[in-house]
Design a protein around this ligand. Structure first.
Ligand code: IMP
Ligand code: MG
Length: 179
């Protein structure tokens, strides 16, 4: 275990098994539909790569970068698009793939943004959900695991751009960010 980690919440085998289940569910729900999976950079990359390989129906990939955080551990509430998709999503069934839903502000913004562009449907898929952080009425359609109100790192999630490569989901030691 990494020295900056307080405790591991989900190990690699547990995560992979859950991602397989979500992939199977999506493959069933979206059979014969025109699916575009939009991964939100950078946090969703690890989850996205694993999830896509558990999906057995045709699916297009695209990526978007949005930010509501900076490097602090509390959300700013402001969503900025740093990189846009280049797929025309008009009439397509979009699945937004995120690392974690916390305040929900990022996904609330992205969902309405895709709806305005004429997507046929928009669903939200996130590896993690932190319901205690919610500041708006957003619900995930496909969720890996609920997590407590702690700062989480690993499996794509970062603190100050680090720890994304940890192969498990963990709580970061408070001493790392309360300096
Ligand atoms: P929201 O708009 O507050 O739902 O924030 C979503 C984004 O905040 C995620 O995509 C993450 O980048 C970041 N975030 C929220 N909670 C955590 C956490 O516990 N660890 C790492 N990043 C987090
Ligand atoms: Mg982040």
């Amino acid at each position: 275990m990494h020295n900056d980690v307080e405790k591991i919440l989900f190990d690699e085998a547990t995560i992979k098994a859950r991602i397989k289940e979500i992939g199977e569910k999506i493959s069933k729900d979206y059979a014969r539909r025109d699916v575009v999976a939009v991964g939100i950079l950078k946090g969703a990359v690890v989850f996205f790569a694993d999830l896509m390989r558990e999906i057995t129906i045709p699916v297009r990939f695209d990526f978007m970068a949005a930010s509501s955080y900076g490097t602090s551990t509390k959300t700013s509430g402001v969503v900025r698009i740093l990189k846009d998709i280049d797929t025309d999503i008009k009439g397509k069934d979009v699945i937004i793939v995120e690392d974690i839903i916390d305040s929900g502000l990022t996904l609330q913004y992205l969902r309405s943004n895709f709806e305005q562009r004429g997507a046929n449907s928009v669903k939200l898929c996130a590896l993690l959900d932190k319901p205690s952080g919610r500041r708006c009425d957003v619900k995930g359609d496909y969720i890996g695991f609920d997590v407590p109100n702690e700062f989480i790192v690993g499996f794509g999630l970062d603190y100050a751009s680090l720890y994304r490569n940890l192969p498990y989901i963990a709580v970061l030691k408070k001493s790392v960010y309360e300096k």
